[in-house]
Write a protein that binds this ligand. Structure first.
Ligand code: MG
Length: 276
């Protein structure tokens, strides 16, 4: 583990974030880490809900389908309306329906997540004109990368659910699919279409649903690149939590400056000035 876990003091720690009328919650690393609940997360979400603050739960997770994620949130005790959940696989399925209808697509996705893609004309990798990449666990290999590479140089489009650099598991940090996507981009001299955070389109969909201007909405996340950087690029305020994949050394060397850094989601109600 290269990154020390000591906490970097934010210059704005303890101060409130005024003018926030809506909240986007990242899931993994903010509300829970692996199978463990972040202490105070259920209460913090309940207080935001009770205050009548419009909210969306937005995630790049592509290991679980939308319904499985909802079941997980309910199992952990969160009070979430189904329409409040916005997932990167869901955004990808919508994009494919709009821009790649009928096009042969190869879905490099876990079985559970394929349920979110009922309309896709699924094809073998070697026959695909579009390749959708999500989390496939330990299935990555040099052979698979070469097969994708060869299809891409023949003109297939590369679509990724997200391009995260790393993620936090119960056993520590793990390299995420962004590394594989970047390798494929480099070797093919092409750019993948990124569907989840930090895509401005993904944040735009959430803002549209909330009906609020971006500067009045806070994204609360543990990923300084995808959550905070992506959110700020879309005009939102970025609140970084010191849970999940947060690492002080990585944060200290980042060019991204969060609007606020809080110890955990349990500090959010105070940050927003919620009473009761
Ligand atoms: Mg996260």
């Amino acid at each position: 583990m290269a990154y020390p876990t000591s906490v970097k003091e934010s210059p704005s720690a303890g101060s409130q974030l005024p003018g926030i009328r809506g909240v986007l919650f990242d899931l993994d690393g903010v509300l829970y880490v692996g199978s463990g609940l972040v202490q105070g997360a259920v209460e913090a979400v309940a207080r935001v809900r009770a205050a009548g603050i419009p909210r969306r739960f937005i995630t790049n997770t592509s290991t679980l389908s939308r319904n499985s994620l909802l079941a997980r949130l309910y199992g952990l005790g969160f009070d979430v309306d189904p329409e409040e959940l916005l997932t990167a696989p869901q955004a990808t399925a919508t994009y494919l329906r709009t821009h790649f209808a009928g096009v042969p697509c190869h879905l490099l996705l876990e079985e559970n997540v394929r349920r979110d893609f009922p309309d896709v004309n699924q094809a073998e990798l070697e026959a695909a004109e579009c390749i959708v990449v999500g989390d496939i666990g330990n299935s990555w290999s040099c052979e698979l990368l070469d097969r994708i590479f060869n299809r891409l140089v023949q003109g297939a489009r590369l679509i990724c659910i997200h391009k995260n650099r790393f993620w936090q598991t119960c056993a520590g940090l793990r390299m995420d699919i962004g590394g594989y996507i970047t390798a494929l981009e480099y070797c093919t001299a092409t750019q993948a279409l990124v569907m989840g955070k930090p895509s401005p389109h993904f944040f735009g969909t959430a803002l549209e649903e909330l009906g609020l201007p971006p500067e009045t909405v806070a994204i609360v996340g543990d990923d300084i690149d995808m959550d905070i950087g992506g959110g700020q690029a879309a005009g939102l305020r970025g609140v970084l939590v010191r849970t999940g994949k947060f690492r002080s050394a990585y944060t200290a060397t980042s060019e991204i400056a969060p609007d606020r850094i809080i110890d955990s989601i349990s500090d959010l109600p105070d940050l927003l000035g919620l009473t009761g």
